[in-house]
Design a protein around this ligand. Structure first.
Ligand code: PBG
Length: 334
């Protein structure tokens, strides 16, 4: 069908203007979600191991950063709590304490920066002493599904009461979306959205995040393979997403991002539904490590990596580089 020399593909690449006219994917500030860590100390921790450039904020500082993000045009932030080890327990009771750190943080941001969307995880790992996303069955090391789901419902309700706009179950229990939707609706939170981490793989790319929230140190291994998906599989993506949409999810998340672009593509081709993707901590860490060594150019590589998500079909991307990328986008326009 296409034959040289009738077809010369380079003709369409010959100048910037024609490349721009024929470009298929666009990355804009509208696509970015900025993840932030909050702790209950007064001071801000300057650096986070494994996530160069990221900080762990006090609530006051978090509010200023949320304001800065909004000023830059970012539509939403995802807040993750770094919980004091004394408040962690086997059964994660702190997760649904209405006065816990994340609820206070959400409340403070909503009060001062009401225009920015707030996303918060529904999962027990920041609150359990063992670091799992759910409750353990007796002395066994497996996570109990249905009892976990009841606790997740209480956690989601506490987040909604604090003013959270989007609750994001990232726990991978079966049936939690329907139960959380019902709990929210029964309590007059029909307008709180559910972003389901429907497709969350059991990945080693979460290591820096786990170190920060204290669920596991990188040299240790925490096995979440009885609930997070097996990365050798693609087909169960369809089933996971279909079930969560049927149960009432508003938005679907795929995670991690870069090694899973095929999954993003499948999901966006198959479902007429917004697909979000998470460029997780280990992906950001790899890019930072290489760029801090001068081996890669940070601005160019981070931009290219995120355009890749868009090309695969993601509508929005959670990335630790969100603020950096807004600045890159601004300089591109001029
Ligand atoms: C908790 C959760 C994890 C991440 C987001 N929510 C870690 C995990 O499942 O162990 C990882 C995010 C990142 O690595 O940036 N359920």
């Amino acid at each position: 069908m296409f034959n040289f020399p009738n077809t010369r593909l380079r003709r369409r690449r010959s100048s910037k203007w024609i490349r721009n006219l024929t470009s298929e994917s666009i990355l804009s500030v509208n696509d970015l979600i900025f993840p932030l860590f909050v702790h209950n100390r007064k001071e801000t921790t300057e650096s986070i191991p494994g996530l160069p450039g990221m900080k762990c904020y006090s609530i006051d500082e978090l509010v200023s950063v949320a304001q800065k993000a909004e000023d830059l045009g970012i539509n939403a932030i995802a807040i993750f709590p770094v919980v004091d080890s004394k408040l962690k327990s086997k059964n994660a009771e702190e997760a649904y304490n209405q006065d816990n750190l994340i609820c206070k943080a959400i409340y403070a941001v909503k009060l001062k920066v009401p225009g920015i969307g707030i996303i918060a995880d529904v999962a027990l790992d920041p609150y359990t002493t063992h670091g799992h996303d759910g409750l353990l069955k007796g002395d066994l090391i497996d996570v109990e599904n249905d009892e976990t789901v009841s606790v997740l419902c209480k956690q989601a309700l506490a987040l909604a009461k604090a003013g959270c706009n989007i609750v994001a179950p990232s726990d991978m229990m079966d049936g939690r979306i329907g139960k959380i939707r019902k709990t929210l609706d029964d309590n007059n939170f029909q307008d709180v959205l559910i972003l389901s981490y429907a497709v969350k793989y059991c990945s080693s790319f979460y290591a820096p995040f786990r170190q920060i929230v204290g669920s596991c140190i990188p040299s240790n291994f925490i096995d979440k393979s009885s609930y997070q998906m097996d990365y050798r599989n693609a087909r169960e993506t369809i089933c996971e997403i279909e079930m969560d949409i049927n149960e009432g999810a508003d938005l679907i998340m795929i995670k991690p991002g870069m090694p899973y672009l095929d999954i993003i593509k499948t999901a966006s081709d198959k479902f007429n539904f917004p697909i979000f993707a998470y460029q997780v901590s280990g992906e950001y860490a790899m890019i930072k490590a290489a760029t801090n060594n001068g081996w890669l150019n940070y601005d160019k590589v981070i931009y290219e990596s995120l355009v890749g998500f868009k090309r695969a079909g993601a509508s929005a991307i959670i990335t630790y580089a969100a603020l950096d990328v807004v600045k890159i986008l601004m300089t591109q326009k001029t």
